[in-house]
Design a protein. Structure first.
Length: 170
């Protein structure tokens, strides 16, 4: 059943060009991976039963061995395919996060440019302090500092190592 669902999803031929669609697919895939993990003990239990049959030299041991080989091979293929599929989706999530962070910083820069171009010099000390607080993002939830830039650069480096072209939407 799990194999069928995974194959249907992978072979559906859907165009995953939209990063948002890939994020939705990633969430679905993460649920699928959780389902795989939940069945891991069942596979281990089957292997234990096979080992017990072999140890007891049961007459159906050869048949059970052949069945185990087919099951184990199919399980390994499913697991490998799921990991490969998930890797592409996680790359899409990283790309989306990178672009979102860059967009936020660009908006922050535009905001600062507008403030500087406005040419407000401040009428008195209180007004100057207010302008400085505004420029320093004291009351803002959007703060661009070294930590944010380092985080974005680390994400960009990760994507470059993966061979992902970051600026495809420009």
């Amino acid at each position: 059943m799990l194999l069928f669902l995974f194959q249907a999803d992978v072979s559906s031929g859907e165009d995953l060009s939209s990063l948002e669609e890939k994020i939705a697919k990633l969430q679905k895939h993460q649920a699928f991976q959780a389902e795989l993990a939940a069945h891991e003990p069942r596979i281990a239990g089957i292997k234990k039963q096979l080992d017990r049959l072999i140890a007891e030299r049961h007459s159906s041991s050869p048949t059970a061995k052949a069945s185990w080989a087919r099951l184990h091979s199919a399980w390994q293929k499913l697991d490998n395919d799921a990991q490969a599929h998930g890797q592409g989706l996680e790359e899409a999530q990283d790309i989306l996060e990178f672009h979102n962070q860059v967009d936020k910083i660009e908006a922050w820069i535009r905001d600062k440019e507008m403030m500087v171009q406005a040419g407000e010099a401040g009428e008195d000390l209180e007004h100057c302090l207010q302008l400085q607080r505004k420029l320093d993002d004291v009351d803002s939830d959007m703060r661009v500092d070294d930590a944010r830039i380092k985080t974005i650069n680390a994400l960009a480096d990760k994507l470059i190592r993966q061979g992902v072209f970051l600026f495809s939407h420009f």
